[in-house]
Design a protein around this ligand. Structure first.
Ligand SMILES: [Zn+2]
Ligand SMILES: [Zn+2]
Length: 367
């Protein structure tokens, strides 16, 4: 089959945005293309995931190229809409275009193409891990388009270092009573306010970048004259390093429990979304990606490594399989006004460089 053009694929995928775990048309499209190219294809992997495999004649490593498939849900003028505001359609386009060119060039080892569902739900990577996709993988490469603030058009960054991120819930239980006799109860809303203040006193080594802040609080009822017995706080917590994240969450939990106790209330601490791991990228592989970028766009267009306080569930792969070597690079396409904005748009002329970097790094390992 002919080599696929990244722009043509993008035009097709951009028309069918679907939210996480509902990428039915997207995964069917990608699976069909992979089959036509001659890949051995598995569908419904951990939900809507798609895996395509091609093996070389000689033994060698198993290398995975991963693109996420999902769009984001928005409500615009009262209408629910899925929009590719994070550029995942661009990622699938780059990986599929690379796969079309790589199919007949794999001499050793195994190339696995993964179109992963539900990245924005932060459950997609875990679903494909549970499905066993990563079990035999030695090398994994992911990529993301970058907003113009991160990386100018035409430049590529060899590493996007995402933070560990999570949201913590603190459920506070007090004792309700009549508003005229507050000494007979325990005011959960007051305890919640104190917990929020205490959280701003939580600190870890400032050399590591991190943040911990309340982003939602709900409590009490509709009556002004009842001392409320319940309140719930949500904290958004981020840290560039996994160890720092563990320390931060431990301190936040302790602060919440102890401050609530000082008010006579109890605090129940939970992490309902799990903890997205920080990027732990392989040094050598990242250096090889940087070489590939230089070969494709010249040294002048090799961007800096990017530190990104956002989360990316790709990093569950290396966290789950510590021997797996992973790289994650950024593609400068001048995305504006920013990712996750419903009006996000970018220059698709920047995608071909991403395709070629994927091809080069793959052929360094399997060619
Ligand atoms: Zn996103
Ligand atoms: Zn994204």
């Amino acid at each position: 089959m002919a080599i696929l053009n990244v722009k043509d694929i993008f035009h097709d995928l951009h028309q069918i945005p679907e939210i996480g775990f509902q990428e039915f048309k997207t995964s069917a499209y990608l699976a069909d293309k992979l089959r036509e190219l001659g890949y051995k294809v598995t569908t419904n992997v951990g939900g809507t995931g798609v895996v395509g495999v091609v093996k070389g004649a000689e033994p060698g490593p198993v290398m995975l190229l991963r693109a996420d498939m999902d769009a984001l849900p928005f409500v615009i003028n009262g209408e629910h809409k899925a929009i590719h505001a994070c550029g995942h359609d661009a990622h699938c386009s780059m990986v599929l275009a690379a796969a079309s060119n790589l199919k007949d060039k794999i001499k050793k080892g195994t190339l696995k193409i993964l179109f992963q569902q539900g990245e924005e739900t932060l459950k997609g990577a875990l679903a494909v891990i549970d499905a066993g996709v990563l079990e035999d993988v030695d090398i994994a490469v992911g990529l993301h388009i970058r907003p113009v603030q991160d990386l100018p058009f035409g430049k590529l960054s060899p590493a996007v270092r995402h933070a560990s991120s999570t949201f913590a819930k603190v459920k506070i239980t007090g004792q309700s009573c009549h508003g005229s006799r507050p000494h007979l109860g325990v005011n959960a809303v007051e305890a919640a306010a104190a917990v929020i203040n205490a959280a701003s006193g939580v600190r870890i080594n400032p050399v590591i970048s991190w943040s911990c802040k309340a982003t939602a609080v709900n409590g009490g009822g509709n009556a002004y004259n009842i001392i409320p017995d319940h309140a719930e706080i949500t904290f958004d917590v981020r840290c560039q390093e996994n160890e720092g994240m563990t320390e931060l969450l431990g301190k936040l939990q302790k602060a919440a429990e102890n401050v609530a106790a000082a008010y006579g209330a109890t605090a129940e601490f939970s992490l309902p979304g799990g903890v997205i791991p920080a990027a732990v990228l392989d040094k050598e592989l990242t250096a090889e990606v940087a070489e590939c970028i230089k070969e494709v766009v010249g040294e002048e267009n090799l961007g800096e490594e990017l530190v990104n306080p956002g989360g990316e569930d790709f990093h569950y792969f290396a966290k789950t399989y510590p021997k797996l070597k992973s790289a994650y690079f950024g593609v400068g396409v001048a995305a504006e006004p920013g990712l996750h904005d419903p009006n996000m748009h970018f220059n698709i002329d920047g995608l071909q460089a991403g395709v070629e970097v994927l091809e080069k790094i793959t052929l360094k390992k399997l060619g």
